[in-house]
Ligand binder design. Structure first.
Ligand SMILES: Cc1ncc(COP(=O)(O)O)c(C=O)c1O
Length: 383
């Protein structure tokens, strides 16, 4: 039983597997690298995928969508492609290392960094961000939903603050894309980074960055684009200049199919399904003595994941027992977000996290809950 959809979604819809196979077996070629029909077919797949992403996030010009290899690639491009020495950036203690590590690297190059501590339930105060603004603040960079406790941050209010202060707004939608509605243009998001392989149900090795028209972005990778080949400079044309090298066409074809699957369902259906399962899990876990659930108390204030600890039980050992004894996949530890665990008070051991997906069922959750009871009691007896 797979309950780690926050890491990557599994299984994928059949249409995703078929699209990947079709792109590999029947198309095969690279887009923009030849005038022959196979190459044109690959270019057509990529254009349609970009249009699907644009429709999904309400982007009016699909050329503002850059394909990346994952959310990490998209975040690195957003950060290294905009920030320069002397700029100030505000982020939060709830971020994943894929946001924090590029920021620490930029800090070494002269970018000023402020990390706003969230409250102990993971909620970031917009007023705390406002107080951290400086004359040289260039960007506010936050995750929409925490991969540790699922807290949903008030991105609408944060976007308003960014507009008021005239700073860029970068949103890491790794845990929200495909679950919560995101209209980048209505919200006023300047940069949106998302993985293709989690809630959008695409294959591994896919991600995307939306870049609003007012953002001037520098490419961070130089290489062949299939266009402007005589120029010694990397072209700045969107999106080609930012996608140097051969594209992951099978992945992009699969991502298109994943997005179309969710567009057909409507993400409200996904959200409601996952919330029902998370609520069932929470009810069952709360009955186990010594279990603590993290994040806001109100289940409506979180989504996608549920993190918990059990007293006297190591979270990694619990995950290992669930895997070995019951073939249940959940992730334990720090989830690449050490500051979030510091905020929630779950250092050094972290938490055990479950993240159901569209294909998970209430039977899965019942089996999971029973298995957790048995594993906890086994571990407690052993130590
Ligand atoms: C909140 C958050 N941001 C970024 C990432 C990085 O995503 P990717 O693995 O696609 O690079 C993750 C992955 O778990 C995440 O949960």
């Amino acid at each position: 039983m797979y309950l780690d959809n926050a890491a990557t979604s599994f299984p994928k819809p059949d249409s995703v597997y078929e699209a990947v196979m079709n792109a590999m077996r029947d198309v095969g070629a690279s887009p923009g690298r030849g005038g022959y029909r196979r190459s044109l077919e690959a270019a057509r797949i990529m254009f349609q995928a970009r249009e699907a992403v644009a429709r999904f996030f309400s982007v009016s010009d699909s050329s503002r969508v850059i394909f990346a290899h994952n959310a990490t690639g998209a975040l690195n491009l957003a950060l290294h492609g905009t920030l320069v020495a002397g700029d100030h950036v505000i982020t939060t203690s709830m971020e994943h290392n894929s946001m924090l590590r590029p920021l620490y690297a930029l800090q070494k190059k002269g970018v000023e960094l402020s990390i706003i501590d969230a409250a102990s339930d993971g909620v970031v105060s917009v007023e705390d961000i406002r107080r951290a603004l400086k004359v040289n603040t260039r960007m506010i960079a936050v995750s929409h939903v925490s991969n540790v406790c699922g807290v949903i941050q008030p991105i609408k209010k944060m976007a308003e603050l960014c507009r008021e202060a005239g700073v860029l707004f970068l949103v890491d939608a790794a845990q929200s894309a495909g679950v919560l509605p995101i209209n980048v243009e209505n919200l006023g998001i300047d940069l949106l980074a998302a993985p293709g392989h989690k809630g959008l149900l695409g294959p591994s090795g896919t991600g995307l960055l939306y870049v609003a028209p007012q953002v001037s972005l520098k490419p961070i990778i130089q290489g062949g684009t299939g266009t402007h080949s005589s120029s010694v400079e990397q072209p700045l044309i969107m999106p080609d200049g930012f996608e140097a090298g051969t594209h992951n066409i099978p992945g992009i074809a699969g991502l298109k199919a994943g997005i179309e699957f969710i567009l057909e369902l409507g993400h409200l259906a996904v959200y409601q399904h996952e919330q029902t399962l998370l609520n069932l899990a929470e009810e069952a876990l709360k009955k186990i003595p010594g279990v603590t659930i993290y994040g806001p108390e109100d289940p409506a204030a979180r989504c996608s994941v549920l993190s918990f600890t059990a007293s006297d039980v190591d979270s990694a050992l619990l995950a290992a027992e669930l895997d070995q004894g019951f073939d249940i996949s959940v992730r334990a530890g720090l989830h690449c977000a050490p500051l979030a665990h510091r905020t929630l008070g779950t250092l050094p051991g972290g938490t055990t996290r479950l993240s159901p997906g569209w294909f998970s069922t209430s039977e899965d959750i019942a089996l999971f809950s029973d298995a957790v009871v048995q594993c906890i009691s086994k571990i407690r007896k052993r130590f």
